[in-house]
Design a protein around this ligand. Structure first.
Ligand SMILES: NC(=O)c1ccc[n+]([C@@H]2O[C@H](COP(=O)([O-])OP(=O)(O)OC[C@H]3O[C@@H](n4cnc5c(N)ncnc54)[C@H](OP(=O)(O)O)[C@@H]3O)[C@@H](O)[C@H]2O)c1
Length: 277
């Protein structure tokens, strides 16, 4: 297993098991993306509102890796008209298609059925290979599926030992929805947690590596952001150890529905977590 290993989506398409996030990738984004791809990252996550789409597109063109080997994820906003926003995102990226287009978050009112219809159309026309959602609760996801008959390939949600949901995991597994785990390092908020440090020390790993590995063993797909080269490299060195079952249990027990983005997890408590991320 490595960063280029893949998991199968419900559509049969393959998606890398580790992603590189570009929210707040403010320092030399093109160079950092090229470095990340050179090191082995193959999935890149961006969004219409991150300001990094142009850099992602430039790196894709410059990296000398076959486009088919890369997996580009981006998002339309809840206030967008999804079909035209998809085209606008492709313009900013300078690409003919993306691999995965997500609804960034459910709109304040309703479940975003029109947004979903727009993405279904974009997929039919080949503008995106797969479509999915982000920050959706179980009820909202189920509503979209019942109204459209189309199951999202992915739900991208915040996911760490401090904030996750077995109910969501079970629901997604039953419906073959892959969970992409965002802010897997708690947005650098709790990497110095003493419980994490004690456990990471025992494996001779850093707390960041422990958190990413926890995700992999749960079958969720971490999307990790790093501007610093040492971090980029460190976050790839997670394929040479395994967290024992009792230590996975110890990590599960840390759950407090915590969100590093403020409030509580957006897909559990609709009052919390909605922001500019
Ligand atoms: N769908 C959504 O609503 C949503 C919301 C939030 C995030 N996301 C996606 O998920 C991605 C990741 O989430 P995130 O950016 O919030 O946070 P994150 O990946 O949990 O943490 C990033 C922070 O951790 C630091 N870091 C990275 N590797 C490290 C290491 N090995 N040791 C110590 N510190 C390390 C980074 O520092 P440096 O940058 O200085 O290296 C940065 O400050 C985003 O970039 C975005 O693509 C999606």
């Amino acid at each position: 297993m490595d960063a280029q290993s893949t998991t199968s989506l419900i559509t049969g398409r393959k998606m890398p098991i580790l992603g590189f996030g570009t929210w707040q990738l403010n320092h030399q984004p093109v160079e950092t993306l090229l470095e990340a791809i050179k090191m082995g990252y193959r999935m890149i996550d961006t969004s219409g509102d991150y300001g990094t789409q142009a850099a992602v597109g430039e790196a894709v063109k410059k990296c000398k890796i076959d486009r088919k080997e890369l997996f580009i994820v981006t998002k339309v906003e809840e206030t967008d008209e999804a079909y035209s926003a998809t085209k606008e995102n492709l313009n900013q990226l300078g690409l003919d298609y993306v691999d995965l287009m997500l609804i960034h978050r459910p709109p304040k009112n309703g479940i975003g059925q029109e947004l979903w219809d727009g993405l279904i159309k974009a997929k039919r026309e080949g503008l995106t290979k797969d479509i999915g959602i982000s920050n959706y609760s179980i009820e909202e996801t189920q509503g979209l599926i019942e109204a459209s008959g189309v199951i999202p390939a992915v739900n991208q949600i915040e996911w760490t030992p401090f904030g996750y949901s077995f109910e969501m995991l079970d629901y997604c597994q039953a419906n073959r929805i892959t969970i992409q785990a965002y802010s897997p390092l708690t947005h650098d908020d709790r990497l110095d947690d003493p419980d994490l440090e004690e456990l990471a020390d025992r494996y001779g790993k850093t707390t960041a590596q422990l958190l990413l590995r926890w995700n992999l063993q749960m079958g969720t797909v971490p999307i990790v952001k790093a501007n610093q080269k040492e971090h980029l490299q460190e976050n790839l060195n997670i394929f040479d150890f395994e967290i024992a079952e009792e230590d996975m249990e110890a990590l599960y027990s840390l759950n407090e529905a915590y969100s590093s983005l403020g409030g509580s997890l957006s897909y559990i408590n609709k009052q919390g977590g909605q922001g500019e991320f």
